[in-house]
Design a protein around this ligand. Sequence first.
Ligand code: SF4
Length: 175
Amino acid sequence: MRKLLFESLIRPPLTEPAPASAGAAAEELAAAVDSKAHRRLGRSLAIRAIDAGSCNGCELEMHALSNAFYDIERFGIRFVASPRHADVLMVTGPVTKNMAEALERTYNATPEPKWVVALGDCARDGGCFAGSYAVVGGVSKIVPVDLHIAGCPPSPTDILKGLLALLDHVIEGSG
Ligand code: SF4
């Protein structure tokens, strides 16, 4: 027993070491999204995530934005629980027949100005689920889409690049 205790004191941890800090590129992108959201909205960017039938791969990357590595809330990007508090609806997955009406109702419940981001290849056109009996297709079959972020799944950095592109487009005058 004493030997075991001694070994546990000198043995290194089995887990991988934590990353030193978030990637510089991600920090730069997040700061740019924050400042453009303030310019356009006068406050932070509120995102309501909607899973319209995804495999959860896209959600894992989206949720990674909130982990300790990216810690995206420090840049003013917040995920909110209600479409009534959202600026952006971020929709993942192919739209299943069961989720089509819920997606449409969520869109209608979101106040203007609002933007829809279709996240991942499935949200663009059904991806690998296209043609399934249970699937309507891409998000644009149900609600108007302002931006598609490609990838299966897109990385957190891709998601930040997409949000920045959306804000650039909006600031240039079409939103
Ligand atoms: S794009 Fe890929 S990761 Fe995202 S929901 Fe479709 S299959 Fe899953």
